[in-house]
Design a protein around this ligand. Structure first.
Ligand code: NDP
Ligand code: GDP
Length: 338
């Protein structure tokens, strides 16, 4: 029997890759986002799946919209990927972030509980929940210490998912995913911002671009591989929480160094603090500057995940290292430039 999956946040990076993955597994895939049920989304088009999905409009702030969709289809699995997902923006819109990224999850869980508690539920939890980390390598049992309205909303969703699992015996699991990137990553996130910026400089479209904190460290993996882990979490016997990560961590500065190296750019860092710059060695022109506007009121300085549980219980492990990920992102960006 063909299974039916509902993916909230179908228009986002992970929604697109998961949609593609589940279609390949012969699922009927319903994709929702907050706008109208339409197929014009650049990510879905790029993956060639825009005509293979069923679209539903489902604003996570509105429980009636959620109930309408759950009554319309016989759903087997729900992947809750929809969120106000940008940490930076959550400082400017903490209420909206809490309502969507936090309470949105509860609206779905309540709908499942009241309509059909047999539906399996996946929650997109985040490494940002570890925040100012309380353990060197973060795993499922590491205490949470969130540092932004986004992370606090994700903590709420994480705990309410556990609570519905424990209280009502629902199959509700969370994937604690560390940062994952791809050519489909939103342009406001630092990896894609850097790659687009460097290519624009090479094409003479801009002279320089600005960043915030270069010294934060992130554990970056490849989004296309991470969506498989989401699916695996709903195929095991018992619901649980799993860290999905690469186990390696790098600064933003190192990310830039690998990218400029792959692009054969002859550059070097000069200066310190707010005056730190990346310059073109030949003409001494500045390529990257620091702008404090991109600093966060409260920063997460260091993240690195321990994915042993996922490896053992799901048979999942990362395949793409940072160098390869940067190559994939740059090659794709160049292909679609203009
Ligand atoms: P994106 O920002 O690319 O996608 C978010 C999706 O949520 C979009 O489809 C967006 O729709 C939708 N959405 C936003 N607000 C609402 C709303 N009010 N009602 C309904 N839908 C809404 O995120 P990613 O694909 O990168 O991430 C997927 C999930 O995983 C998110 O929950 C994110 O927080 C989480 N996560 C991501 C990590 C990462 O590194 N990528 C790491 C850990 C967790 P629209 O197109 O209309 O904006
Ligand atoms: P996050 O880990 O979910 O917040 O993912 P981001 O890609 O948004 O940010 C990763 C890290 O890059 C954070 O520590 C940011 O402070 C840092 N960073 C430095 N400059 C920038 C910038 O210009 N934009 C973004 N988005 N992040 C930046």
């Amino acid at each position: 029997m063909k299974k039916t999956a509902l993916i909230t946040g179908i228009s986002g990076q992970d929604g697109a890759y998961l949609g593609q993955f589940l279609l390949n597994k012969n699922y009927k895939v319903i994709g929702s986002d907050r706008r109208s049920a339409r197929s014009v989304n650049w990510r879905l088009r790029r993956l060639g799946i825009e005509n293979k999905l069923i679209y539903e409009e489902m604003e996570l702030g509105e429980i009636y919209e959620i109930q309408r969709v759950f009554k319309k289809y016989k759903i087997d699995e729900v992947y809750n990927l929809a969120a106000q997902s940008f940490v930076g923006a959550s400082f400017n819109s903490p209420l909206n972030t809490s309502n969507i990224t936090g309470l949105g999850t509860l609206r779905i869980l309540e709908t499942i509980r009241s309509l059909n508690p047999k539906i399996k539920f996946y929650q997109a939890s985040s490494s940002e929940m570890f925040g100012d980390v309380l353990e060197r390598k973060q795993k499922e049992t590491t205490p949470l210490n969130p540092q932004s309205p986004y992370a606090i909303s994700k903590v709420f969703s994480h705990y309410i998912t556990q609570n519905y699992r424990n209280s009502y015996g629902m199959f509700a699991s969370s994937g604690i995913l560390f940062n994952h990137e791809s050519p489909l990553r939103g342009e406001e996130f630092v990896t894609r911002k850097i790659i687009i910026g460097l290519i624009k400089i090479l094409k003479n479209d801009i002279k320089y671009f600005e960043l915030g904190n270069l010294y934060a460290k992130r554990d970056w993996g490849y989004a296309k591989e991470y969506v498989e882990a989401m699916w695996k979490m709903l195929q095991v016997k018992k619901p649980s929480d799993y860290v999905i990560a690469t186990g390696k961590t790098y600064t933003i500065k190192k990310f830039i160094d690998i990218a400029t190296n792959y692009l054969n750019m002859n550059v070097k860092w000069i200066g310190k603090g707010l005056n730190e710059k990346l310059i073109d060695i030949k003409n001494k022109k500045t390529i990257i500057k620091i702008n404090p506007k991109f600093f966060r009121p409260s920063e997460v300085n260091f993240l690195v995940g321990n994915f042993s549980k996922a490896k053992k219980e799901l048979g999942w492990k990362p395949k793409t290292n940072l160098k390869k990920l940067i190559k994939i992102m740059i090659d794709d960006e160049l292909k679609y430039y203009n």
